[in-house]
Ligand binder design. Sequence first.
Ligand code: HEM
Length: 347
Amino acid sequence: YAGGWLSPGRLQPAKIVNALEGHDGKHEGFRRAHAKGLCVVGHFDGNGQGLALSKASLFRRATTPVIGRFSLAGGVPNAGDGRVTFHSLALKFDLPQGEQWRMALNHVPVFPVATPQAFLDFQLATTPDPATGKPDPAKVQAYMAQHPETKAFADYMAKAPLPSSFANANYNSVDAFRFTNDQGQTRVVRWIFTPEAPFEELDKATLADRPRDFLFDEVAGRLAQGPLVWHLSVILPNDGDPTDDATKPWPDDRQRVEVGTLTIDRAVTEDDGPCRDVNFDPTILPAGVSPSDDPLLAARSSVYAVGYTRRTGEPAAASALATDQAFPAPAANQPAASQPAAKESAQ
Ligand code: HEM
């Protein structure tokens, strides 16, 4: 039953992973989405303001160690960076008492699909035809006709400026989550990390001519000069703002509460480093945070788990990034993940 043999028509996570492999090829040992990435380590300093919204210990006036991974969407590990796609950042916060908070964030505040079924249908409709190497325009058109929200997203991506760097991009939760504070009050929120590095736009006209790894090389170069900083703000919806539909943005004027600062200190190698064997499942949450009614969240959890199980059962692949070789591997008896335990000052 758990394997889905008795209900072949139901949407199973393996079907979505199969579709991702069909779309971008099967690259053993790599993530089935966001295959190209760079691992980083850093820390988060809470300012205490978030505790009014959630009792999560991340929000105390304390420092929490973080590992992270910059990535681009897509399942091809050595794809060129000259594409119109998400700049993404995944994070794993190691909190006191063994709690963790894992996030996988995109620079765009909305997602192209609202449901797992639409995600599957979108992958299938845009899978390249082996005869032409391109998606079948009739299938894409038929999908778009049924999914105006995906069409709206594609139009938005075509027009919206792309950040010139991983360092000057926002990173959004996209999905909504439920926050609960010490008094038991619950609110649904989204969140955004905004960079201190000033925004600059990538010239889309020259994308195709850029060196393969130019975005990853650029951020590695910045990190070699010093840490990069983002401010985390929790976004509070107005009554009626959708909490179960990641295709719908919340208007820019919604109240924001700044709750702390993320500092990315340095890049570390992905081969044998702390990121390779992590599943950045966004439903791994500390007390005070839980999933909302957004149907993507449960699907993400189960699909990431299937992808993770497949890739970690395959021979480990070396990082496809040339720049990765420049970073020190963690010492044999001291994995890079072993940062100091979260230190608390006052609440
Ligand atoms: C139904 C919707 C979605 C599906 C099926 C899906 C699928 C996947 C899969 C299979 C992976 C690779 C996991 C692994 O092997 O560790 C992945 C990674 C990722 N996803 Fe999604 N995803 C979905 C929605 C989203 C959304 C809404 C966001 C942004 C908020 C997002 C951001 C990311 C990021 C940043 C990673 C890379 C994590 C890393 O660096 O390991 N995904 N996704």
